[in-house]
Design a protein around this ligand. Structure first.
Ligand code: R5P
Length: 299
């Protein structure tokens, strides 16, 4: 307890200054509780309102995919450039330094491997483990139009109910089955369902026609999944178009960790997402940084 000697009289109440209360300005977040907004601010940069989330959760159904064979060697050096990290609890506990201070988005659904029907997922992490790991969000995948559509939607709504109790946001991840059409109409349907059923943000793929109608009709932020590996300029162009058409950032995996120069690539993506740097300029930056890395390595 503070000592009570020589207490000073109160004096300045700033009577002419209205009390300030600034909610986090992220789309759809104004009515969320403080803890939920605080967690979202660990994912979305409070200055730009956008995020470069690095997705490294692929092993949950693919095993050690290319670029993720050794996360300690290939991914840990990229952490300084990631606003948030999307991954499984196994990789988080075994390999990610606890000093990583930005947002952890925990993959919380899974079950089938690539050898089975992928939409047959269940919730794979208890909310208490998310709390124990101090995560910024739980991520649940939904397969709209998939064989197990209702089950996956139910996974997400159950997680939203559990996570809401503790002020933890839920990321709805829209998955596309093998034979399903990827167009704006489909993604409007899938993202809106996730938001209507309580996801505080949604991850979806970019489509070249009508992506702005997907972001406009979704009342919560959308982050763009990267998808299959593209040449670097194409990937940067896709990221630019996505944020320019209303995405609140990216959740990119293969286009970063399978790049010839992953650290250079994620820094170029940062410039595109937070500063809307034109893709051609970001690609020049990528080339310069990649060359500097080669020079340092003497190759
Ligand atoms: C699927 O394995 C995960 O949800 C990934 O996080 C997602 O597909 C994003 O990674 P990528 O940019 O490689 O598609």
């Amino acid at each position: 307890m503070a000592d009570l000697d020589n207490l000073k009289d109160t004096k300045d109440y700033h009577l002419d200054v209205p009390a300030r209360n600034e909610p986090f300005f992220l789309k759809g977040a104004g009515a969320l509780d403080w803890g939920m907004q605080n967690r979202l601010a660990r994912i979305f940069n409070p200055r730009s309102g956008r995020t470069v989330m690095l997705a490294i959760d692929h092993g949950y159904f693919l095993g050690p995919t290319s670029g993720l064979e050794r996360i300690d060697v290939n991914i840990v050096p990229l952490l300084p450039y990631a606003d948030a990290l999307m991954l499984t609890r196994g990789i988080l506990r075994t390999t990610i330094p606890p000093s990583f201070g930005r947002g952890i988005v925990l993959r919380a659904s899974g079950g089938p491997s690539i050898r089975k029907e992928l939409s047959n997922e269940l919730i794979a992490v208890d909310i208490e483990d998310g709390l124990r790991l101090n995560v910024a969000a739980m991520a649940i995948q939904v397969y709209i139009g998939g064989e197990y559509e209702t089950q996956t939607v139910n996974n997400m709504t159950r997680m939203v109910d559990m996570a809401n109790r503790y002020g933890i946001p839920t990321l709805g991840v829209t998955a596309v089955g093998k034979d399903m059409v990827r167009d704006a109409q489909y993604f409007r349907l899938a993202t809106r369902i996730c938001a209507e059923l309580g996801a505080q943000f949604v991850k979806t793929y970019y489509v070249p026609n009508g992506f702005e109608t997907v972001t406009a009709s979704c009342p919560v932020p959308i982050v763009m999944a990267g998808g299959k590996k593209l040449p670097e300029l194409e990937a940067l162009t896709m990221a630019f178009r996505a944020v320019n058409e209303g995405a609140a950032g990216v959740d990119m995996g293969r286009n970063i960790f399978q790049s010839a120069a992953p650290a250079a690539m994620i820094q170029a993506v940062q410039k595109v997402v937070h500063e809307l740097m034109k893709p051609e300029h970001a690609y020049e930056l990528y080339q310069e940084l990649a060359q500097a890395t080669r020079d340092r390595a003497g190759v």
